[in-house]
Design a protein around this ligand. Structure first.
Ligand code: FE
Length: 262
């Protein structure tokens, strides 16, 4: 098993690292991302206990002083995104950035004893994002929390890094494969994404509006949380063309899907 992260971008003072092989076994392959800028550190979608104990915390502490982690960015509320919240709060000083829709639900992932024995106020460590998203500083750069609501969670954010021009797209573009090597042939890759997007994304309207936003952005790479990134202009275009017309979620629901089970 390769533990060293994939270096997505590195100009000396700004780095984007991808840990792609910390989840092994029956669980869905998932990528965790670390952005470093001038001694500040952001961890994107760190995951649950599967990744926390011990691989990710161990690997991170090889790259940065773990307790000095600045932010944890949770694209949404799912177990593979942020389930190990209590451990991150306990072992780092990080603040947690997430949709305002989840800010008051995430504390349910933490044990009550933390606030008593460790004098730790979970609410004070959470930065709730408004629906339209916002920019924020990391080191000397500015990152953007970009709306991706209903793709798939009702309160969903992606992260755009204007320095590397990487869009960390969370579940958008996710594929059920075992590695994070860049997509070379979109047509051959598409079947590994199709079932997931048809069922997990809420509707075509959300996909279309999102693609419209992304087409206006200056993007070098779209990097999902599961599977392979889109790292060249033709592949990014092919993905946007596909997702823009995909029928999914409630588009596909009929009365047959809302019946008492046999
Ligand atoms: Fe999810």
């Amino acid at each position: 098993m390769r533990l060293d992260p994939i270096v997505l971008f590195d100009n000396g003072s700004h780095k984007c690292l991808c840990f792609d092989s910390l989840v092994t076994g029956d669980e869905v392959q998932s990528n965790q991302f670390l952005i470093i800028d001038h001694d500040e550190y952001l961890l994107f979608d760190p995951g649950g206990d599967l990744t926390y104990t011990p691989p990710l915390s161990l690997e991170l502490s090889r790259c940065i002083p773990l307790q000095d982690l600045t932010y944890i960015f949770a694209s949404h509320q799912d177990p593979d995104i942020i389930a190990a919240l209590d451990k991150w709060l306990l072992h780092t000083r990080a603040q947690v950035i997430c949709s305002k829709l989840w800010a008051r639900f995430l504390p349910h992932l933490t044990a009550g004893y933390l606030s008593i024995s460790h004098n730790l106020s979970v609410f004070e460590r959470i930065i709730p994002l408004p629906d339209r998203g916002q920019s924020f500083r990391l080191g000397r750069c500015t990152l953007m929390a970009v709306p991706a609501h209903f793709l798939h969670s009702v309160g969903n954010f992606q992260l755009y890094d204007p320095v590397s021009r990487i869009l960390f797209s969370d579940d958008m573009g996710a594929s059920l494969v075992d590695d994070a090597a860049p997509v070379e042939n979109f047509e051959a890759h598409m079947p590994s994404m199709e079932c997931f997007h048809r069922r997990y994304m809420a509707c075509n309207k959300a996909c279309r509006l999102w693609a419209g936003m992304v087409r206006e952005m200056n993007i070098a790479m779209i990097v999902p949380q599961h599977g392979r990134p889109f790292a060249s202009p033709p592949v990014i275009k092919a993905f946007l063309d596909w997702i823009e017309t995909l029928e999914c979620g409630i588009d596909l629901m009929t009365q047959e899907d809302y019946r008492l089970p046999a």
